[in-house]
Design a protein around this ligand. Structure first.
Ligand SMILES: Cc1cc2nc3c(=O)[nH]c(=O)nc-3n(C[C@H](O)[C@H](O)[C@H](O)COP(=O)(O)OP(=O)(O)OC[C@H]3O[C@@H](n4cnc5c(N)ncnc54)[C@H](O)[C@@H]3O)c2cc1C
Length: 433
């Protein structure tokens, strides 16, 4: 066994320097705690694509003093529009300026690397120890400490170890023997300077085109200089159980029936790398003794709600808020109480998001009569009806009793009551899931 060269013992060791790990490190370090992050990669970094940050995240960025910097790096769009990918027609929209008034914080789109760098810089300034090339392979714990052991045999002990090590979390295996669940969908990403996008693009909008077995998202980044695009489709080869799935030929075939706007975006996708989409079934136990799961390690979602990184950021904020609340006058933290409070509130919220994301994905990808029903219901939705997003964009709950109620799903078949563009008035406030 080797101990680290670093002299002091940290209060908290965080395994994984993604958005979840770094944002949590910053949240705890700003309380004056000593935090060490162990990242397996040679360098800290993120994928060079975009990410959407809803008000339940920008509220936390404001609390961290990072919102203005994030806004300067990203784009604050006016509208989020959902269109049918086949005929290109608008289905429904969110007025993001009105949404900002309702929730008090903006909807922001930003380059992942910029967001990650923002947290990295904040961590550095807050004195977080940031160590790379530290692959953690096992965990142990004693009564009031936990230890993460790297593949080099170095042991990092602290009052708490937080495993923010992503979808393939090593720590999660200590909690249960589950596996990532394949959705058989794959995502292609790409960024391109707006001037080279090959078509006029309105960067005041975040646009998602939803189609049979596929969807296509685009929005602006970096003050509108860059266009971010995501193309997602169901892989027939994945459905057939083949290993070689999600390849560029499947991308081209999947979008053959889509409208001109979508097809003109496809040449700008990166074709040498793609992301097969997995989630995991929700679990309710994230804490064992002094080891806690966080971010994708605890609740990897399919990305359809655009809440994966946000949930990770919320996890860190909730943990730190409880550590602050349960800190004694001598600044020692009641870690058992902190972890219990974290474990009491976060799993249920994230369970809801993970399961809603699955349902949302199914809704986006419908075909035939079901697609027509979905489209009718979406068109009938009033732009300023927020009843289906209040549960997610409002303030992050610190206690289970603060978790808002979810919306009532409506059956697709209720669309059959919509005739000639007219909807029975009672349907106006129903939800489309
Ligand atoms: C196409 C797509 C679009 C998305 N869009 C959005 C969006 O718009 N909004 C949103 O909120 N979310 C979005 N998400 C989800 C979001 O990207 C993830 O949920 C989020 O990045 C998870 O962050 P994390 O820090 O928990 O995990 P990760 O980003 O996976 O980070 C884990 C880190 O741990 C390190 N690590 C792993 N194992 C070890 C180990 N054993 N030892 C040490 N280090 C280790 C890894 O190298 C990595 O740096 C999207 C996802 C996809 C695929």
């Amino acid at each position: 066994m080797r101990t680290p060269d670093i002299a002091s013992t940290p209060d908290v060791v965080i395994v994984g320097g993604g958005i979840g790990g770094l944002s949590t490190a910053f949240a705890l370090a700003r309380l004056g705690l000593r935090i060490r992050v162990l990242e397996q990669a040679k360098e800290f970094g993120e994928v060079g694509a975009g990410i959407q940050l809803a008000p339940n995240c920008t509220r936390i960025l404001e609390d961290y003093g990072l919102l203005d910097a994030a806004k300067a790096l990203g784009v604050v769009p006016d509208r989020m529009v959902m269109r049918d990918a086949v005929d290109g027609r608008e289905l429904t929209a969110l007025d993001l300026r009105d949404l900002e008034r309702r929730y008090g914080f903006p909807y922001l789109v930003i380059h992942r690397s910029d967001l990650h760098a923002l947290f990295l810089d904040a961590c550095r300034k807050a004195g977080v120890e940031l160590l790379t090339e530290q692959r953690v392979v096992s965990y142990t714990q004693a009564a009031d400490t936990a230890t993460a052991r790297t593949q080099d045999g170095v042991e990092h002990r602290a009052a708490v170890v937080i495993a923010a090590d992503g979808l393939h979390s090593v720590a999660r295996a200590m909690f249960l023997d589950d596996r990532p669940v394949s959705s058989a969908y794959v995502a292609y990403r790409g960024t391109v300077p707006v001037a080279q996008a090959g078509r006029p693009v309105d960067l005041s909008e975040v646009v998602v085109h939803v189609g049979p077995g596929c969807h296509f998202v685009h929005y602006g980044l970096r003050g509108g200089d860059l266009l971010n695009q995501v193309a997602v489709f169901e892989s027939p080869r994945a459905r057939a159980g083949l290993d070689d799935w999600g390849t560029p030929d499947e991308l081209d075939t999947a979008f053959e029936g889509t409208c001109d706007t979508v097809r003109r975006g496809l040449p700008h996708m990166w074709r040498d790398k793609w992301w097969r989409m997995y989630d995991r079934d929700p679990i309710s136990t994230w804490v064992q003794g002094r080891i806690a799961l966080l971010g994708d390690a605890a609740h990897p979602p399919l990305q359809y709600m655009a809440q994966g990184a946000i949930m990770a950021i919320e996890d860190g904020w909730v943990l730190a808020e409880h550590a602050k609340r349960l800190r004694a006058a001598d600044r020692t933290v009641d870690w058992s109480g902190t972890l219990a409070a974290y474990a009491a509130v976060r799993p249920e919220h994230c369970r809801r998001v993970v399961l809603t994301a699955r349902a949302w994905g199914e809704l986006w990808h419908l075909d035939g009569i079901q697609r027509e029903r979905r489209n009718a219901l979406l068109r009938a939705r009033a732009v300023h009806d927020y009843s289906f997003i209040d549960w997610i964009y409002g303030p992050t709950a610190l206690f289970p009793e603060d978790e808002p109620a979810m919306f009532e799903p409506i059956p697709l078949a209720s669309a059959d009551r919509i005739h000639a563009g007219r909807v029975a008035s009672a349907d106006h406030r129903e939800h489309v899931l």
